[in-house]
Design a binder for this molecule. Structure first.
Ligand code: SF4
Length: 177
């Protein structure tokens, strides 16, 4: 069994697009575009100064943007640059943070919040069986891609490619022809 710790933020990447995960994490081609730089700035602002809130389980680890207290329980908040929607990759990332907090014994809460900066709206995400299953699938996918020797296919949703930081290395338009 591979016991390497996987970064929670990359769970988001692999769910968003396995090809992007391969380019960034297996080939090491991690370009910084305007969207990532803006995202980094937002995270730096939202994390309290000098406070990196690490969470981990037996397979994954990462940093939570903020912890809040609700009904006597610690609840993670993950800040995102865009707008509220059906962003499954964000749900998996936040769900993994909730899972870690629970496994660490830091909370009994089974939910967290995504806060979307552009629309200033908050979305409550429950760590239910379906989301737990999605996290497991994403972890397995990361391990599989780490051992792959060829690129995963381009995403079937070309809209994802518009702001993608590894678009140059990926050449999605070429591959779709
Ligand atoms: S450009 Fe599109 S297909 Fe290529 S890695 Fe980015 S999201 Fe995936």
């Amino acid at each position: 069994m591979d016991d390497t710790y996987l970064p929670i933020s990359k769970l988001n990447t692999v769910v968003f697009c396995p090809r992007r995960y391969f380019i960034e994490s297996v080939l090491g081609d991690e370009e910084r575009n305007i969207h990532l730089i803006e995202g980094d700035t937002l995270h730096a602002r939202t994390r309290r100064e000098g406070e990196n809130i690490w969470v981990w389980s037996d397979r994954i680890c990462g940093i939570v943007d903020q912890m809040i207290q609700e009904a006597g329980q610690t609840v993670p908040v993950e800040f995102k640059k865009g707008w509220l929607g059906e962003h499954v990759s964000d749900w998996v990332q936040l769900g993994a943070e909730v899972l870690c907090l629970r496994e660490m014994g830091r909370t009994q809460a089974s939910y967290g919040y995504l806060y979307y900066h552009t629309t200033r709206r908050r979305q409550r995400i429950e760590l239910d069986d379906e989301l737990t299953c999605s996290i497991e699938t994403a972890v397995a996918e990361m391990r599989r891609i780490a051992g792959a020797d060829s690129y995963p296919p381009v995403t079937e949703k070309p809209s994802k490619c518009r702001g993608c930081s590894v678009r140059e290395a990926c050449q999605p338009t070429l591959w779709r022809k």
